[in-house]
Design a protein around this ligand. Structure first.
Ligand SMILES: Nc1ncnc2c1ncn2[C@@H]1O[C@H](COP(=O)(O)OP(=O)(O)OP(=O)(O)O)[C@@H](O)[C@H]1O
Ligand SMILES: [Mg+2]
Length: 139
């Protein structure tokens, strides 16, 4: 492992929302990773973070930069996603009015995370949602 760190995501706080993914972007840039990899990882981390802010009780994002790949594991403490297939569809959203008023809720976050990942896994129960996002580094 070249680098690993865990960032906390606080629910419903739109002032600090985006801080975790901003830190992740800064670190990846500082390590000197490929610009395309930094861009993809930053987008995925941002969408995962905002989802935790809007839809979850809060959680953490753990970044691992290893030989050949970046892995990000996003874990929250509930309430979970009832229908993952539905949640993965473009345009599906349960974002509340407050989130919609500041521009969230297009239902594009999860599809966008998957699009920017080389490997993407999602599991969910009432106890929480876990995303595993893997982005390969170029040779
Ligand atoms: N961490 C999570 N915990 C609980 N539900 C979630 C979580 N992440 C996503 N969801 C559910 O999946 C739906 C789709 O998520 P997605 O990120 O694609 O869209 P959105 O967050 O509603 O809108 P956008 O990301 O475009 O602003 C959400 O509306 C929500 O119902
Ligand atoms: Mg979203």
């Amino acid at each position: 492992m070249i680098f690993t760190e865990t960032y906390t995501v606080v629910p419903r706080d739109y002032v600090i929302a985006g801080d975790a993914s901003r830190k992740i972007k800064q670190i990846l840039k500082k390590i000197g990773l490929d610009a395309d990899v930094v861009r993809k990882a930053s987008i995925a981390a941002y969408e995962a973070e905002i989802n935790m802010v809007i839809h979850s009780y809060g959680g953490t994002i753990t970044l691992e930069v290893g030989e050949g790949r970046i892995r990000m594991v996003c874990v929250d403490t509930g309430p979970g996603i009832e229908d993952i297939d539905k949640a993965m569809q473009e345009g599906y959203s349960t974002a509340d009015e407050e989130a919609q008023a500041i521009g969230f809720g297009a239902g594009m976050g999860l599809p966008n995370i998957k699009f920017n990942s080389d490997e993407f896994n999602i599991t969910s129960s009432k106890a929480g949602t876990t995303l595993e996002i893997i982005i390969n580094l170029p040779d």
